[in-house]
Design a binder for this molecule. Structure first.
Ligand SMILES: [Zn+2]
Length: 325
């Protein structure tokens, strides 16, 4: 299993909540912000364990810790019931908060995906957030704070989970993701979250996107090749975005190699790119700028075919233009 706990332990959020627990000053409401939508519940379970485990930190072996991991501890309640937090969820939390804990002395309500809460739902919860019944704790998780009202945020102790370093993610994920090279690339193009790296790693299109990016940079030589290569790239479908991310990563590594700064790259994602011929410093920089522009055009809903053909042709033109400089 991915070792999210070890990563989380390196954050200020984790140490602050543990400190609150140990000094008997737990806040009745915490808000954790992380773009890692895939692992919100796992973060929530860790915070719940800090709150209820007698150790002050998740011991992982007591009855409470084990039951929380199995989503089966009666005093820790998870919301929403569906994908988004609805006013029905909030009504239930308010009602339930008045019922005493069954197994221990603390009751924890977890609200994931708070970014989906309407203003009405947030307003309904304000009073409970501000002054919940005794021994009730509310842990709110959100992928962003933009949709949260300032009155909501002012009633919770807020922490942001910063992106993790590539090395830290690698150590945490290597057991789950045995293909080391693929994992390194997935982490490099991710947003510094466990979920981001996991998503890239396990996505079938991602491997194909890596192959296509290297193929384009090594084997696309003349304008007559553009249509064939762009057809292969657009056949990636949803993974065209990933192709663009991987291409940027590959080009930035080529730039380091070109400038003789190979020692600055700890792990070369695509060693085969040492064989990419005909690129100079100027044409690599041009290709990076062009790829960034392609990302923008794609976001502006220009069709994949148009964007990719334009991109590949521009990369080739750059190669010819900067050939001798
Ligand atoms: Zn425990």
């Amino acid at each position: 299993m991915t070792d999210l706990l070890s990563l989380f332990k390196t954050t200020g959020a984790y140490s602050s909540i543990v400190k609150d627990k140990r000094s008997g000053t737990l806040s009745h409401a915490y808000l954790l912000i992380t773009p890692d939508s895939k692992n919100l519940d796992e973060y929530a379970r860790i915070v719940a364990k800090i709150i209820v485990c007698e150790d002050g930190e998740p011991c992982l072996s007591c009855r409470k810790c084990r039951l929380i991991d199995a989503n089966a501890f009666t005093d820790v309640k998870f919301y929403p019931k569906d994908a988004a937090v609805k006013t029905d969820d909030v009504n239930e939390i308010i009602e339930e908060s008045f019922i005493k804990p069954i197994e221990g002395d603390k009751k924890v309500f977890i609200i994931s995906h708070a970014e989906t809460m309407s203003e009405i739902a947030q307003n309904k919860l304000l009073k409970t957030l501000e002054e919940p019944p005794n021994n009730v704790y509310i842990v709110v998780l959100s992928t962003s704070e933009f949709s949260l009202l300032s009155t909501f945020k002012s009633r919770v102790k807020k922490f942001e989970i910063p992106p993790y370093s590539e090395d830290a993610l690698f150590s945490a994920l290597m057991q789950d993701c045995p293909d080391e090279e693929k994992l390194r690339v997935a982490i490099a193009v991710s947003d510094g979250t466990v979920g981001g790296a996991q998503t890239y790693y396990s996505d079938k299109g991602f491997s194909a996107a890596c192959t296509q990016a290297c193929d384009v940079l090594i084997n696309m030589k003349k304008s007559g090749d553009v249509l064939r290569f762009s057809n292969k790239v657009t056949a990636l479908g949803d993974a065209v975005d990933e192709f663009l991310s991987v291409l940027l990563l590959a080009l930035s590594e080529m730039l380091y190699l070109n400038e003789g700064k190979e020692s600055l790259i700890k792990n070369l994602s695509f060693p085969e790119l040492k064989n990419a011929e005909g690129f100079t410093r100027g044409s690599i920089i041009h290709a990076i700028e062009t790829t960034n522009e392609a990302v923008k055009r794609k976001k502006a809903n220009v069709s994949d075919q148009t964007v990719v053909e334009w991109l590949l042709l521009s990369i080739l033109e750059g190669k010819h233009k900067w050939q001798k400089s």
